[in-house]
Design a protein around this ligand. Structure first.
Ligand code: OSB
Ligand code: MG
Length: 374
C-alpha cells in the first residue's frame, strides 16, 4: 500500500474515576494515536504504554520518541501490503512492543478497509459478540468496592476482576465472596507478591477464583511454576508474556493455565494471533486484557477477542466506564447480557471523532520517510 502520511498525536483524556493498581494510581491518560493515510483511507492505532514505565519498560514519552524517530520513518520508507509484514519491517528495533503495535494495528485497520471486511473478519474472528468482564481498581474502602461490584453486576458484566496487593486481598475477597458466593471472580496482583508470600497466596484458593493474574515478578516463569504447583487456582500470566515463545515456555513449564493477551504488550496483531494460536494448540484458554484504552484501542481489542480461543470474558468493557466522552462514534456499549456486539462495517467499525481528537491534541507530529528526513 502507498503510505500518504503518518501523523502521531498525543491526547489528554481524564478518566471518569481514578484507577489504582499495585503499582500506582492513574487519573488521566496521555494517549498516543497514530493516523496512517493510504490511498484515500485512514487507519488508526493507539499506544497502550502507561504515563510512567511501571507496567512495562515503555512509557508515553519513550513510545513517542521511538515512533517518531525510528518506527514511523521505517514504515514510511518500506510500506507493507499487509499488517502481518510489520514485525519484519520493525525487526531491527528491539523491544518497544507497545510503540510497534501502535503502527502495526493501524496497518491492519487500513488493510481491512481496503479489503472491505471488518477487522474481526480479517483477523479470522469467529464470533459476532464477545463476553465482557470488568477490572476493578483498589478502592479507598471495602464498602466502596462492594458498591462498584454491585453496579457492574447489575450492568450485566460476566466476570469481576479485583486488583489486589498485600493488605488489599484476603479481607476483600472474603467480603466479596460472602455477599456473592457464585459470581465468576478473579484477582490481579500486577507482580505485587514475592516467594515468601507463597503460603499467603495459597490461601487465595479458599475463594474459588477463576484465576490469579500475575502474582509474582513481571519477567518470571520459574517461580510462577513453583507457585502454580502449590495452587489449585489457575495462574494467568499477563506481564510475563511478551511473545509466542514466552507463551510456549510458560505453558510447557506449567507457569500458568490461562493467558491474558494484550495487543500492546506483545507488539501488535501478528504476535497476538501467534500467542493465541500457540495457546489454542495446547488447550490453554486466553482472554483479552485492557490498558485503559480510548475507543480506538478498545475497538482493536474487540476485534481480537473474536478469535476462537478467546473463551473467557475479557477486560474489554464499555467506553462510559472510563470516559465522559469517548473519541469514537458510536461509543462502545455492553448489553445487559454482558456482551459487545461486533460491528460488521469495514475496518474497526467505530468512526474516530476527528474534531474531538483535534481539540484534545496537545502535540502532533507528521512523520516522513527516512530518505525525506535525509
Ligand atoms: O494488569 O490488566 C492489567 C490497567 C492498566 C495496567 C494494567 C492492567 C490494567 C487493567 C485495566 O486491569 C483493564 C481495563 O482496561 O479495564
Ligand atoms: Mg493484568
Amino acid at each position: 500500500m502507498r503510505i500518504d502520511g503518518i501523523i502521531l498525536r498525543e491526547l489528554h483524556l481524564p478518566l471518569v474515576r481514578p484507577f489504582e493498581t499495585s503499582f500506582g494510581v492513574t487519573r488521566k491518560r496521555r494517549i498516543l494515536l497514530a493516523e496512517v493515510r493510504s490511498e484515500g483511507l485512514t487507519g488508526w492505532g493507539e499506544c497502550t504504554a502507561g504515563e510512567r514505565p511501571f507496567f512495562s519498560g515503555e512509557s508515553t514519552d519513550s513510545a513517542w520518541q521511538v515512533i517518531v524517530n525510528e518506527l514511523g520513518p521505517t514504515l514510511a520508507s518500506e510500506p507493507p501490503e499487509h499488517g502481518g509484514e510489520c514485525p519484519r519491517i520493525f525487526k531491527q528495533v528491539r523491544g518497544n512492543r507497545m510503540a510497534k503495535a501502535t503502527l502495526e494495528n493501524a496497518i491492519w485497520d487500513l488493510e481491512a478497509q481496503r479489503e472491505g471486511v471488518s477487522l474481526s473478519q480479517l483477523l479470522g474472528g469467529v464470533r459476532d459478540s464477545i463476553a465482557c468482564g470488568v477490572s476493578l481498581g483498589i478502592e479507598p474502602s471495602i464498602p466502596e468496592l462492594m458498591a462498584r461490584i454491585e453496579k457492574e453486576l447489575a450492568a450485566g458484566y460476566q466476570r469481576i476482576k479485583l486488583k489486589c496487593k498485600p493488605g488489599w486481598d484476603v479481607e476483600v475477597f472474603e467480603s466479596v465472596r460472602n455477599r456473592w458466593p457464585e459470581i465468576a471472580l478473579s484477582c490481579d496482583a500486577n507482580s505485587a507478591y514475592r516467594l515468601h508470600d507463597a503460603d499467603h497466596l495459597v490461601s487465595f484458593d479458599a475463594f474459588d477464583m477463576v484465576m490469579i493474574e500475575q502474582p509474582l515478578w513481571h519477567d518470571d516463569f520459574y517461580y510462577h511454576t513453583m507457585l502454580q504447583r502449590r495452587l489449585e487456582t489457575p495462574i494467568c500470566l499477563d506481564e510475563s508474556i511478551n511473545n509466542r515463545r514466552d507463551a510456549l515456555a510458560a505453558i510447557e513449564m506449567g507457569s500458568c493455565r490461562v493467558i491474558n493477551i494484550k495487543l500492546g504488550r506483545v507488539g501488535g496483531f501478528s504476535e497476538a494471533i501467534a500467542v493465541h494460536n500457540a495457546a489454542q494448540e495446547r488447550g490453554v484458554p486466553v482472554w483479552c486484557g485492557g490498558m485503559l484504552e480510548s475507543g480506538v484501542g478498545r475497538s482493536h481489542n474487540i476485534a481480537l477477542s473474536t478469535l476462537e480461543n478467546f473463551t473467557m470474558p475479557g477486560d474489554v468493557s464499555a467506553s462510559a466506564r472510563y470516559w465522559a466522552e469517548d473519541i469514537v462514534e458510536p461509543e462502545i456499549t455492553v448489553s445487559s447480557a454482558g456482551e459487545i456486539a461486533i460491528p460488521d462495517k469495514p475496518g474497526r467499525g467505530y468512526e474516530v471523532r476527528t474534531d474531538l481528537v483535534e481539540r484534545l491534541t496537545v502535540r502532533k507530529e507528521t512523520i516522513k520517510a527516512f530518505e525525506l528526513v535525509g
